[in-house]
Design a protein around this ligand. Structure first.
Ligand code: FES
Length: 112
């Protein structure tokens, strides 16, 4: 996604990485995309984040947690909950980035 309103990237010790990109209009998340480098469970969790927050309000996105992702996916093995944690961490970084840019729009220009 080009020029996202919010961007988050997180890597875990295992090496898996999730990036989340947000487009926001008013209080609504109008578009979400992701990039991952990692296992199939990480892919499923990042995709679940997109499904759970696209078209929703920012305040609802803050309520997403690993358990909600696991419930949504249904087949995530309990021992792989860390993949959902990774996706949620990337989402929260993207939400914080959105908040930061909303306060200081010039920061969007200088984001790498
Ligand atoms: Fe590392 Fe999924 S195996 S986050």
């Amino acid at each position: 996604m080009k020029n996202p309103d919010g961007y988050g990237k997180q890597t875990r010790e295992c090496g898996d990485t999730v990036e989340i990109f947000l487009k926001v209009s008013g209080e609504n998340i109008t578009s979400v995309s992701f990039n991952i480098s990692g296992c199939v469970n990480t892919y499923a969790c990042a995709k679940a984040v997109v499904s759970l927050i696209e078209g929703k309000k920012i305040s609802e996105a803050w309520k997403i947690n690993p358990e909600k992702i696991a419930t949504y996916i249904k087949t995530l093995p309990p021992e792989e909950i860390h993949c959902a944690e990774l996706a949620v961490e990337a989402l929260r970084i993207a939400l914080m980035n959105y908040r930061e840019i909303a306060i200081s729009p010039w920061k969007k220009i200088y984001r790498a």
